[in-house]
Design a protein around this ligand. Structure first.
Ligand code: TXA
Ligand code: MG
Length: 340
């Protein structure tokens, strides 16, 4: 099929996107976090196509995107006070809540779970498209399963050109990492995936919040899986990546000692000069917002360089850094070496 290129600045293109979605087609849409591969969440055939075109395992449930609180009420069977408080604090925005699902959510969307993941995005083009479609939109990140999430329309086309009906170009995503996912069906709320809404911000609204082990560690294949997405290899460049923890001096010494054919480095902006290997940067050391915004694009650039080993500067895991660290240790297959 030919994938139509639409422009989020044109109202006529928003109408076309809405029509394709209402008719059961798939449209990649911009959001403030990453681009999503959207389909009508209430249409079984459309949802099935999402799994097929991404190569997504069927047991990994989808996030349903809404553009009104009326839809929130329709899609959940029970809305707790905590859910209302979180919605008040962070919606529209980069937060996904796991809530008890209503009958409108099929087992295909929720992968057989009794819960549903809901998100009210803040990106104006995303909101307009959901409204134009007139239905809630199931949308995982618009990448081939396992590769870094797309933060531009070009990334989407790299992975899915010819496999989906259209992509709506809304420019580069301003946040660059997927939403924070929090489960509100456990007695104490549980952080399943860190994102731009930080653990500290969640705690300021909810009080106690637990963090699933899989956020920072490789999940034990025998342990119960709270968020199915966590058990899959993610964000991975084709090359082997190793995170190096320590000072820049130690990083530089290590990388230069290991320089050679097929070796590359991923470091902070401004650190390129002292390294004797090809370098990609992922933002300034003290600007976590920038690191989040450019990380996935940097991983894609490393793929284009066709290197075999990537030595990466290990980010600080505080605040938004927890999300950056979470994506990077997955990209590195949990291989972290401490220098100094
Ligand atoms: O920012 C985002 O969240 C982006 C944009 C497009 O909104 N979407 C996104 O979707 O990252 P996806 O499918 O790549 O990640 C959804 C995550 C997966 O880890 C999945 O397992 C988890 O949410 N999830 C979905 N429904 C769930 C449920 N009912 N219970 C637990 N985890 C769930
Ligand atoms: Mg994804």
């Amino acid at each position: 099929m030919e994938t139509q290129r639409l422009n989020g600045n044109y109202n006529s293109d928003i109408v076309i996107a809405g029509t394709i979605l209402r008719q059961g087609g798939l449209v990649a849409i911009p959001t403030e976090t990453v681009y999503g591969l959207a389909g009508d969440a209430t249409n079984e055939a459309a949802v099935q196509k999402i799994f097929l075109s991404k190569g997504r395992p069927q047991d990994n449930p989808l996030i349903v995107h809404i553009s009104s609180y009326e839809q929130l009420n329709q899609l959940t069977s029970e809305l707790s006070i905590k859910a209302k408080q979180l919605a008040d604090a962070f919606w529209p925005g980069p937060l996904t809540m796991i809530l008890p699902k209503s009958k409108l959510i099929s087992d295909r969307v929720s992968a057989g779970l009794s819960t549903v993941a809901l998100r009210f995005p803040s990106h104006s083009v995303a909101i307009e498209i959901i409204k134009s479609a007139g239905v809630p939109l199931a949308a995982p990140s618009a990448n081939i399963s396992g590769s870094p999430s797309p933060t531009t329309a070009a990334h989407v086309l790299h992975d899915l050109d010819g496999k989906i009906d259209a992509v709506v170009d809304g420019g580069a995503c301003t946040i660059g990492l997927e939403s924070t996912v929090v489960n509100l069906t456990t007695e104490i709320p549980t952080l399943l995936r860190p994102g731009h809404v930080t653990l500290e911000q969640l705690k300021s609204v909810l009080g106690d919040v637990n963090v699933v082990d899989a956020v920072l560690h490789q999940s034990d294949s025998n342990a119960p899986v709270f968020s199915p997405g966590m058990k899959y290899k993610h964000y991975a460049p084709k090359a082997k990546m190793v995170l190096l923890e320590g000072s820049y001096k130690a990083f530089q010494t290590y990388v230069n000692a290991h320089a050679g054919e097929g070796v590359a480095a991923l470091c902070y902006t401004g650190e390129e000069k002292g390294l004797h290997v090809p370098v990609i940067t992922y933002g300034a050391q003290y600007c976590q917002e920038e690191q989040a915004r450019v990380l996935f694009g940097a991983l894609r650039k490393l793929d284009e360089m066709n290197c075999q080993v990537i030595y990466a500067r290990c980010p600080n895991a505080n605040g938004v850094g927890l999300a950056i660290y979470n994506r990077m240790i997955r990209a590195a297959g949990f291989e972290v070496r401490t220098l100094d």
